[in-house]
Design a protein around this ligand. Sequence first.
Ligand SMILES: NC(=O)c1ccc[n+]([C@@H]2O[C@H](COP(=O)([O-])OP(=O)(O)OC[C@H]3O[C@@H](n4cnc5c(N)ncnc54)[C@H](OP(=O)(O)O)[C@@H]3O)[C@@H](O)[C@H]2O)c1
Length: 204
Amino acid sequence: MTRPRISLNFAISADGKISSVAKRPSGWTSADDHARLLQLREGADALLVGRGTLEADRMTLKAPGDPLRCVVSRSGNFDPAHPLFHTPGGAIHLLATNGPAPAIPGTTAHRGSLADFLTTLSTLGVQRLHCEGGGELARELATLDALDEIHLTWAGHTLFGGRSAPTISGVPAEFLPASREYELVHFDPRPQTGECFLSYRRQR
Ligand SMILES: NC(=O)c1ccc[n+]([C@@H]2O[C@H](COP(=O)([O-])OP(=O)(O)OC[C@H]3O[C@@H](n4cnc5c(N)ncnc54)[C@H](OP(=O)(O)O)[C@@H]3O)[C@@H](O)[C@H]2O)c1
């Protein structure tokens, strides 16, 4: 599969959760974590999120250089009133894998698989694709073995618990087809906030 190089960024709690309940927005980490989130967007040709994260975090996906703003959905059920569609920035590409092609004015609609969408982004010139979740989308990228870099904010100051609270590979379910192994390339503890910034690169 021809695809862009893909990086992923998440904040995780001490028990490996990305939010306390499936629908709770993020915002439980530090201002430094938010600054890092913005920094990691720099240099990306496109940003990618799942529709759940777009909705939960009211994202507008803005970054220097106006990277493409990509959102994936199975249903194609996008809310035309969402702030994303009313905020200037990079061109918006919406994928519906199962439902009808999304018809939101000013956006480009795609139908088909996530893997095919990644190939399409490549043909559009996207070399670096940066994903900000959520867990369900990251799980499919991991299943495709398409995660080249993982950036984590280890927020060990908080425990969530919760059987239905998602992790970076979604709500706990079956094993991936195989374990994916990464090497540590960056380690930056922040004693002031009780967090640690970590970056891993896929070992191939
Ligand atoms: N801690 C962090 O750094 C962080 C980062 C991101 C998100 N979060 C949190 O995580 C929670 C959302 O997690 P989530 O797992 O529900 O998020 P998600 O993956 O963003 O959203 C799930 C939805 O996205 C679409 N989707 C996901 N994978 C897809 C695929 N492979 N193909 C097509 N569509 C796909 C589907 O949309 P349709 O329903 O439209 O079919 C699915 O219902 C929120 O509470 C958010 O705040 C935390």
